[in-house]
Design a protein. Structure first.
Length: 546
């Protein structure tokens, strides 16, 4: 059948996806039906595990067969059945008529190949272009997606680019052959709010220019409201509600949709007592990485990752650190707890840390902890939860016996809202939010005074974000913890931090109370951050794209 303008670009009918067979079968998607029209943006929203990505990957037949299989359903592309198609047919479609942009570009791009080679590959496979022609086309694509100094970036490797730049390269690869459909799976989760706004604007412009359809997968309702004409809400492998985005957002019928729209970090940050003692203080902190060149590797300059930052975090106090990727936020946190070398004075609990060696610092480690962004990457898949949480107890000699340590581990898990029996299981058996609770328990079991929270909610769903924020606030209230909270999600920062530092290129652009920074920003850069963040928030509250 030859496709016409009235033929849906993609038509999915009663799709089912299962993992495993027999008694171990997991029904990940059940009886899902939807269509995607030419040139439109269709969005899937829902929490982790709802079946969004599994459904999208089914369109391209990218699930791990035979472990993943389709008990039922139909997937038609341009009116032709695609489910169960021959390998040759799949190869012709993938990367040519249908392309995909994944969530984390650092793991999607090959670290051993240059940017030019990775974009060229798509052109070689589907267009058969010569080296010179593919180089010209690659350069045009990189310029089209707004990559600065595109010609100089051709020979760069992924680790030499920022998160936003890597995502632009991924978009360039996906658009190389001007596809009919672009599947964008959480394309902006790993980037900061200003880069997010730039990427969304870029996608809209490219969509209009190329006339392509977009299947957007996200848990960020602000992005859906800004980008999508129609939306489907998924829960437990089933579409529970779908329709025109404006109508679904303004009048949600299903309780789950109502919960998603209401789920966001709420509450006020804790206010430290006027006489709260300083826990962590840094004065004129500098972290400069040398740039080497020449045969003998001489230093020709420095990357000033952190350049003269001063701050004091007190008992029961949270300082939020915000700024774009590469601004120095994480480097500052690692410098304060002496995980990387720095210049400037650092005092923890009244003690000067600079100049102290490994042995001198080690007893203090239990009181200075860190919770990282990706709970799955920061937890060893080969260790049980009990081993992960209890590792610090063994290192610091806490708990005289195995049973005593098990009791402390159980208490820590209970405190973060997990079943104590979870210590007998492994990280892959838990959801993203549960894994982050395990990471928090690993820090809390040592009874710390100061915790660096490095993007601890950015990889989580909106509803889970709100739960983790409530947990962190309760732990702080209970133990008078001092937090350095690093994030690009300004709504989360506002719910947790009473003081905010805005960083750019290693320097402090603006600092002050959360109220002053959020409501009365003085610097142009801070105002741009706020405008980018709260434009999406306005969308979530009902001002959606027309």
């Amino acid at each position: 059948m030859k496709p016409t303008d009235s033929t849906p670009l993609v038509e999915v009918t009663d799709l089912a996806v299962s993992f495993g067979r027999g008694a171990g079968e997991v029904k990940a998607v059940r009886s899902v039906s939807f269509t995607i029209r030419r040139g439109e943006t269709f969005a899937f929203v829902g929490e982790s595990g709802s079946g969004k990505s599994v459904t999208a990957l089914s369109i391209l037949q990218l699930l791990p067969y035979p472990f993943a299989w389709h008990p039922a359903g139909s997937i038609k592309v341009n009116g032709k059945e695609f489910l169960g198609a021959a390998s040759d047919t799949l190869r012709q479609i993938r990367g040519d008529r249908i392309s995909m942009v994944f969530q984390e570009p650092m793991t999607s791009l090959n670290p051993l190949h240059t940017i030019e080679r990775q974009v060229n590959e798509v052109l070689f496979l589907h267009k058969g272009l010569s080296h010179a022609a593919s180089r010209d086309r690659t350069l045009d694509l990189l310029k089209m997606v707004g990559l600065q100094d595109a010609e100089r970036r051709l020979g760069a490797y992924p680790h030499q680019l920022s998160g936003g730049q890597r995502q632009r390269v991924m978009i360039a690869m996906a658009l190389a052959n001007e596809p009919d459909l672009l599947i964008a799976d959480e394309p902006t989760t790993a980037v900061d709010v200003t880069i997010q706004a730039q990427l969304l604007k870029l996608l809209r412009e490219l969509q209009r220019r190329l006339g392509m359809a977009v299947l957007l997968i996200t848990h960020d309702l602000g992005i859906v409201g800004k980008m999508a004409e129609r939306v489907a809400v998924m829960k437990d492998g089933v579409i529970v509600e779908h329709g025109v985005t404006r109508e679904v957002f303004s009048n949600p019928r299903h309780p789950y949709t109502q919960m998603l729209l209401a789920a966001e970090p709420k509450g006020e940050p804790l206010r430290p007592a006027a006489d709260a003692a300083p826990v962590m203080a840094g004065t004129d902190i500098k972290v400069h990485f040398p740039l080497k060149a020449g045969v003998f590797g001489g230093t020709v300059g420095y990357v000033k990752a952190v350049d003269g930052v001063t701050l004091t975090v007190r008992e029961g106090h949270t300082i939020g650190v915000v700024g774009e990727s590469g601004s120095g936020k994480t480097t500052l946190g690692l410098a304060l707890i002496r995980l990387i070398k720095s210049q400037g004075a650092i005092r923890f609990d009244g003690m000067d840390l600079q100049g102290k060696g490994f042995r001198a610092i080690r007893p203090l480690r239990r009181q200075m902890q860190v919770v990282f962004q990706d709970p799955y990457g920061s937890l060893s898949p080969r260790m049980s939860v009990g081993q992960i949480v209890g590792e610090g107890l063994e290192i610091h000699g806490i708990g005289a016996t195995y049973d005593a340590r098990r009791t402390l581990i159980a208490q820590a898990l209970t405190e973060v809202g997990l079943d104590p029996e979870a210590q007998n299981r492994y990280p892959h058996e838990f959801s993203g939010g549960q894994r982050q609770r395990i990471a928090i328990a690993r820090a809390m079991v040592l009874k710390p005074k100061f915790i660096v929270l490095d993007e601890p909610t950015s990889a989580l769903d909106m509803s889970v974000q709100a739960q983790i924020v409530d947990l962190l606030r309760e732990l702080q209230r209970r133990h008078r913890l001092a937090y350095l909270f690093i994030s690009h999600d300004l709504k989360v920062v506002r719910a947790l931090a009473s003081e905010v530092i805005v960083m750019r290129d290693g320097k402090v652009v603006e600092t002050g109370s959360a109220e002053a920074i959020f409501d009365r920003p003085q610097q142009a850069y801070t105002r741009a951050l706020m405008a980018a963040a709260f434009e999406l928030e306005a969308v979530e509250t009902g001002v959606v794209r027309t």
